[in-house]
Design a protein around this ligand. Structure first.
Ligand code: URA
Length: 436
């Protein structure tokens, strides 16, 4: 077999066999097939798509490219959540300790910033010392102790996703339903979760721009996941505006901690609690989402998730005391404010523009080897629906250096829309997609 023939078959819209998919993916992981051929193949998949059979094969081949985490001997239920990616999308860091406090186990394998969207691993690593490259033994130990553990794809666990994810990030091949499905479900199968709640985003800041494409992605994820034996449900949620009041690695960790102290912004808490409620249902702690939500609200008010979050920082080689001291101060020195250009209302802050500006600020990457900045990002003092007067502070922006700040500012200003009248409220959660 030759990689070039597989690329050309996909380019011609043919269905690839399991052998062809395995040849390409395993060859890539073994270092025998170069980045440029796999990028070309990913681009062919982007344009031609994959059948459900090919998507299932790709997921399975990626899963089998490494070890699975052995959760035997640990009592479950193992329930996790994954998002298809957004801007300011930080719900994992709030709901994992909530789920753990409810008595669920959340074995969370996450990703890095992808395209214009943020990554849970990059956010967590903004906490000085925090490690996301856990060995399987460390992952197990922390899961038992804290009820949740957060790790990334490694050379041992789903190495195919580790490589492909980084390649797609910089080759314009992220927004593909089969590639997203295989990437998410290979990680989720390897981590050992029995049940999965998916946050499938649509809107300008999501990979799927319109709700109908979001729903197709949700259906692909739910059907493929179900065929793999997972209990699975998906919420289709709005990502036209950044979620919460921050975008940036350390800033978002801080906002999650504020949320665990009961000070989370309304939009962030709405999406987080609705996702957590479904985790409670799939984990057998609640009969329905309404009951699950009440349980999550009660446990949040108890302060237990807040303590588990701090415990987990220590467990993963960070320092909770130092984290608390850095809170509110760990910022880049290169900063500027964005002021309202008009009097009226903010009609919206465009998530896509903010996500791309975030890459320039240093929150995400342009090349796969680029480091990200822990202290770059944006605080939104105003969001869509807020009344403003000319000159009011709308955002504070921090960048990794001065040139990046100057390059990003005009773009950030252009993300703000104005209207004379209050815009209609957004519906954050459009629908739930369940297994058939
Ligand atoms: N999240 C993932 O893990 N993979 C994708 O491809 C997109 C979002």
């Amino acid at each position: 077999m030759r990689a070039v023939d597989i690329i050309m078959n996909k380019r011609a819209g043919k269905e690839l066999s399991r052998e062809e998919i395995a040849f390409l993916i395993n060859g890539y992981v073994a270092g025998e097939i170069p980045d440029y051929q796999v990028s070309a193949w990913a681009m062919a998949v982007f344009f031609q798509g994959m059948t459900a059979k090919e998507t299932a094969c790709l997921t399975d081949v990626m899963l089998k490219s490494g070890e699975c985490i052995d959760l035997s001997g640990i009592s479950g239920p193992f329930v996790d959540k994954h998002s298809t990616g957004g801007v300011g999308d930080k719900t994992s860091l709030i709901l994992a300790p909530i789920a753990a406090a409810l008595g669920l186990k959340d074995p969370m394998m996450s990703g890095r910033a992808l395209g214009h969207t943020g990554g849970t691993l990059d956010k967590l690593e903004a906490i000085p010392g925090y490690r996301t490259n856990l060995s399987v033994d460390e992952f197990r130990t922390i899961l038992i102790k804290d009820g949740f553990a957060m790790t990334g794809q490694t050379k041992e666990i789903v190495p195919a996703d580790r490589l492909l994810y980084a390649l797609r990030d910089v080759s314009g091949t992220v927004e593909s339903i089969p590639l997203i499905t295989a990437s998410i479900l290979s990680k989720k199968a390897a981590e050992g979760a029995d049940a999965l709640v998916l946050d499938v985003k649509f809107g300008s800041g999501a990979f799927m721009k319109d709700p109908s494409d979001g729903e197709k992605l949700a259906r692909s994820l739910v059907d493929t996941g179900e065929a793999m034996g997972k209990k699975i449900t998906a919420l289709l949620t709005d990502m036209n505006e950044p979620l919460g009041n921050t975008m940036g690695n350390f800033l978002e960790v801080e906002e999650c901690f504020d949320s665990l102290e009961g000070k989370g912004p309304a939009d962030l808490m709405e999406v987080t609690l609705e996702l957590a409620a479904r985790m409670a249902v799939l984990g057998g702690k609640a009969k329905n989402a309404k009951e699950g939500r009440s349980l999550c609200e009660e446990i949040l008010a108890s302060g237990k998730p807040r303590q588990l979050f701090l415990d987990n920082i220590n467990s993963q080689s960070g320092n909770a005391e130092q984290f608390l001291k850095l809170r509110g101060t760990f910022r880049s020195e290169y900063a500027a404010d964005i002021k309202a250009a008009k009097t009226g209302y903010i009609s919206g802050i465009d998530a896509w523009t903010i996500g791309h500006a975030g890459v320039t600020l240093g929150v995400g990457r342009n090349r796969k080897e680029d480091p990200v900045s822990p202290t770059a990002g944006i605080v939104f003092h105003k969001k869509g629906g807020d009344a403003v007067k000319t000159g009011d502070k709308i955002m504070t922006v921090w960048a990794k250096d001065e040139a990046s700040l100057n390059a990003a500012l005009p773009r950030i200003e252009s993300a703000v829309g104005y209207s004379d009248n209050a815009p209609p409220p957004r519906t954050l959660i459009l629908k739930e997609i369940v297994s058939k």
